[in-house]
Design a protein around this ligand. Structure first.
Ligand SMILES: Cc1ncc(COP(=O)(O)O)c(C=O)c1O
Length: 388
């Protein structure tokens, strides 16, 4: 048996060590509190589940779905974008449902990247941006997201020879893992940059636009004029409606990019189970109350954790969106050392920043997606623990 060489190009999975350690401690009976997963703890809203249960009885939903989804789902996505962002989309040419946005992100690389091609990727960043590029035979060029630049890439520092060779640029706001947000001026700058460089395609990944606090509401990349000419936006029902387990998302925007992704996908998958598509229609069109309810809970958790981190000397910005807190580790520790220490001494799991790229070194990510009583126990343990 000979596996493809491309597999050797994937970097080692940096969380292996930590995950093994957590499993080992749990096997020995330790009670580990995990701030490590970006997976909402609260359930999918009941009306969505109810609708899906009904839909499972319909024999029409027992057959192969279409790769491009139910026309009614594409219409519901179009209405949602219009209502939420004032963005008008053509449901047949500018919208494509996905089996979770991660699936579309990975496959988009196959539409643009040939062996040796470059994709501009944020560092730290959601790993599929670079892994999709590598699996397609390309090379990621990492755009550092520095705290002094509010975790936004500085396009001016990208060398011309890189920018002119790049085929794709990945952006993600509100951002995982930093919790940073971007405004419309930033998206405008990104579009100008793309226009200056052979109409480089932009993929904006936006699954966290509905997780926001303090009255702030994140914008969509598609709101900026010219966005549809150069790019697409990936979105998801995962974080908005707590539907991570159902696997449903979407990509909207440039019709040529959407068609390219459809051509790849129609040869590789057979669409999203239709009962789940029906659930998504109900989530998008039904009551949106769950968003404010979820955000009120997350904001309370955020405030509690931020206060405790400050008390124990871990510096972190207060995120206006996402359920992540990106905290600086004390001087003298790597993010892995610090994660192990926290796990060993306090039984608390976080994600080491280095797992998101070189620029993530020096940080750890706390996720707020754990039950209130576990969070309470976690903050008490932190208060009784010496960070340095
Ligand atoms: C930045 C980012 N993009 C995409 C995803 C994938 O979401 P989905 O569940 O839609 O595949 C995640 C999930 O954690 C994410 O953090």
């Amino acid at each position: 048996m000979q596996l493809a060489k491309r597999l050797n190009k994937l970097p080692p999975y940096l969380f292996v060590d930590i995950n093994e350690k957590i499993a080992e401690l749990r096997a020995r009976g330790a009670d580990i509190i995990s701030f490590a997963l970006g997976d909402p703890d609260l359930p999918t809203p009941a009306h969505v589940i109810e609708y899906m249960c009904q839909a499972t009885h319909d024999p029409a939903n027992h057959r192969y779905p279409e790769t491009n989804g139910l026309p009614e789902l594409r219409q519901a996505i179009t209405e949602w974008y219009e209502k939420r962002f004032g963005v008008t989309l053509n449901p047949d040419r500018e919208v494509l449902p996905l089996i979770g946005s991660k699936e579309g992100i990975g496959h988009m690389a196959l539409c643009f990247i040939e062996p040796g091609d470059i994709a501009l990727v944020p560092d730290p960043g959601y790993p599929p941006f670079s892994m999709g590029t590598i699996l397609a035979g390309g090379e990621p060029y990492f755009m550092p997201l520095k705290e002094e630049n509010d975790f936004l890439p500085d396009f001016e520092t990208i060398p011309d020879e890189i920018a002119s060779k790049a085929k794709l640029m990945w952006l993600n706001y509100p951002n995982n893992p930093t919790g940073a947000t971007a405004d419309l001026d930033f998206f405008e700058k990104a579009i100008h940059f793309a226009q200056r460089h052979n109409n480089l395609a932009i993929c904006h990944d936006a699954p966290y636009t509905e997780v926001f606090f303090d009255g702030y509401k994140p914008p969509s990349f598609m709101q900026v004029s010219g966005a549809k000419e150069v790019g697409v936006e990936f979105h998801s029902l995962s974080k908005t409606y707590h539907m991570t387990g159902w696997r449903i998302g979407m990509v909207v925007g440039n019709a040529e990019m959407i068609d390219a992704l459809f051509r790849v996908k129609s040869n590789l998958d057979s669409g999203i189970p239709q009962a789940i598509q029906q659930a998504a229609i109900e989530a998008l069109r039904g009551s949106q109350d769950c968003i404010a309810e979820h955000n009120a809970i997350l904001q309370r958790r955020r405030d509690k954790l931020i206060k405790v981190l400050a008390k124990i000397g871990l510096k972190a910005r207060i995120p206006k969106a996402t359920f992540y807190i990106w905290a600086k580790v004390p001087q003298g520790y790597t993010s892995i050392d610090f994660t192990k220490k926290l796990l060993d001494e306090a039984g608390i799991a976080v994600t080491p920043g280095i797992g998101y790229g070189k620029e993530g070194e020096g940080y750890v990510r706390f996720s707020l997606t754990l039950a209130d009583d576990r969070l309470e126990e976690g903050v008490n343990r932190l208060l009784n623990w010496k960070a340095v």
